[in-house]
Design a protein around this ligand. Sequence first.
Ligand SMILES: NC(=O)c1ccc[n+]([C@@H]2O[C@H](COP(=O)([O-])OP(=O)(O)OC[C@H]3O[C@@H](n4cnc5c(N)ncnc54)[C@H](O)[C@@H]3O)[C@@H](O)[C@H]2O)c1
Ligand SMILES: CC(C)[C@H](C(=O)O)[C@@H](O)C(=O)O
Ligand SMILES: [Mg+2]
Length: 354
Amino acid sequence: MKICVLPGDGIGPEIMAQALRVLRALDLDFSFEEALLGGCAVDATGDPFPEATRRLALESDAVLLGAVGGPQWDTLPREQRPERGLLGIRKTLGLFANLRPAILYPELANASTLKPEVVAGLDILIVRELTGDIYFGQPRGIELRDTGNGNERVGYNTMIYSESEIRRIAKVAYEAAQKRNGRLCSVDKMNVLECTQLWRDIVSDMARDYPDVQLSHMLVDNAAMQLVRNPKQFDVMVTGNMFGDILSDEASMLTGSIGMLPSASLDANNKGLYEPSHGSAPDIAGQDKANPLATILSAAMMLRYTFAQEDAAQRIENAVKTVLAQGYRTGDIYEPGTTLVGTRGMGDAVLAAL
Ligand SMILES: NC(=O)c1ccc[n+]([C@@H]2O[C@H](COP(=O)([O-])OP(=O)(O)OC[C@H]3O[C@@H](n4cnc5c(N)ncnc54)[C@H](O)[C@@H]3O)[C@@H](O)[C@H]2O)c1
Ligand SMILES: CC(C)[C@H](C(=O)O)[C@@H](O)C(=O)O
Ligand SMILES: [Mg+2]
């Protein structure tokens, strides 16, 4: 089982080190090979997604990623920015299905921004389309136009989905709902955007193939509000690339911290890239403060989805439950009466629990 390891930037290398310690401790037959993606790749090669990384990612069974980006690269031309590397690897590997589970561990009920009784037992799966939408749509750009106010710059992007792109992500979401509690909420903005009218029409059409799934629709602004009003009304949520990006960060705080939210990005054959949902956290990078649990839980998702090692995945998840029950907390989930640990200390605790 060959794993391509991309630590990335900011806190990326720190959280990746802990996930690798956990994977190595499982004593499975993995080989790890490291490569550059993001800002570190730009610094070394001028390209955020170098050819060597592309080749390694394509020939590996799975990719494990820390995070990319940081302010030092934000003024570079767009094609050299770290985020382009991330979008490039997602597109190259055909990773259209991004699964972001927001699960509240009972020990973190007080770390949630919502009242404990509103979030107790929370378990939502956000299914985010990852290779289409306004992120990739053409045309896009910033250019001079005569707008009626004279010649001035306009910035524009294109929100676009094809029928087949909508169908394949909806299928993933329907099938996930079938395996869970049978409820699927599709989130769009069909009252304003044609692109998402097509989204709603297709998701609705497909409902007849899934009579055991109870489908509902919600406009994205309402969905953002409902997530903090009564999140347990949701089981599986399916939405486009941009809405899913925003709603998943919002949902992370229901579980206590963005440092708790893992993700799996899958192609049609469950080959995948696994990464925490958060970014490179430049404000705490290099300080041994980052919560490595989202990355460790992403490694568990890798064992489950790509390698069908359900037992090993559960061993990691149970170890995470154990350390939380033992009271270990990084700063983002700390509360008085618990034991504050750093990134490495949290890794130590997970290893001990394993
Ligand atoms: N998948 C990715 O690689 C990814 C995802 C999101 C953002 N980014 C990039 O990361 C950079 C920073 O973005 P941002 O600040 O908007 O978002 P961010 O997620 O990096 O950080 C937002 C806040 O959450 C905190 N945080 C994030 N992860 C944490 C963790 N594991 N433990 C404790 N606290 C954590 C940070 O300290 C910060 O206060 C940008 O360049 C952005 O493009 C990358
Ligand atoms: C860094 C950025 C390109 C990325 C996204 O928007 O997809 C990130 O926010 C994420 O959620 O993985
Ligand atoms: Mg995001």
